[in-house]
Design a protein around this ligand. Sequence first.
Ligand code: KG4
Ligand code: ZN
Length: 334
Amino acid sequence: MSGPTVLAFETSCDETGVAVVRGREVLSNVIGSQVDLHARFGGVVPEVAARAHVESIRSLSHRALGEAGVHPDDLDGVAATQGPGLIGPLLVGFSFGKAMAWARQLPFVGVDHMEGHLTAPVLESDFEPPAVALLASGGHSQLVHVKAWGDYEVLGETIDDAAGEAFDKLARYLGLGFPGGPAIDAASDGGDPTALDLPRPLRDRPLDFSFSGLKTAVITRIESAKQAGTLPPLADVAASIQEAIVDSLLEKAFNAIEATGVEVLGGGGGVFANRRLREKFADEADRRGVALHIPSRKLCTDNGAMIGAAGVRLLQDGQYSSWGSNVDVNMRLG
Ligand code: KG4
Ligand code: ZN
């Protein structure tokens, strides 16, 4: 099964992602990471990110087309992330993509970044609605009822920090650097996830998340352990934090499965690259007989291919963006 061939751009934050997707097949997926550039600041600096996107987007586009073996004349459309994200970075990919589409008189589609994460599983499996999708990234933690493609209802979301933000803030507190999720994931190896007794908040709101209290709880536990001379090893601390975040995500995701009665669970966003999360979701889905669709790790973190996947669907539906369309930093699903 084939489909339209789309060149796709993702520049909502600090990764320059360019991909060529044909139908549900990834022909190329190149990423220019800016991690080293931002690490010394302990987080993403928007203007530094925008400049780095400008510097690399042209050569990454050539690379993506070259690796795919696709000539620009063979393209059926161009897709680019429209929002949500940082205004400067978004403008680079969106303007570049639109200009390229205009120059070649190709259809152009602006894609919601979260719809990109939500659609990513189709690139590797037969993921289809009706489904529940949990999206967990640096800026979002959302449970979405995917009734049909393009028909989304947000069932619940975080009332404060996103799951990735919690990983990032706690890693900073522990001196593990940026980005925090991969650092805590790595530091947790061999650690005891029950070493620190941490809260699993908001049990009375089954479909919403709260992660801001976790930081206070970690600091309180660590300070009192220090005073008592019982400070656990870093691996135990990292494993306990990871377990608390993963347990919350897991519990709420399966609450949504129960609430909707659907039997398909999709996942996406950088936090789904977490090894413990992947293991626990797989076990729970198995136990409950739920079909789980989580992309491979490199398709969980920001990338162009997921924007291509959503772009293909929008193009097939004839949902083009106008030449006058612009980025929307507060874009929302549903
Ligand atoms: O989707 P994403 O790449 O960018 C946004 O849309 O925000 O997600 C980035 C987030 C960061 O907070 C990062 O720390 C987290 O995903 N992350 C992880 C892992 N890899 C990335 N969190 C936990 N474990 C990981 N292995
Ligand atoms: Zn993302």
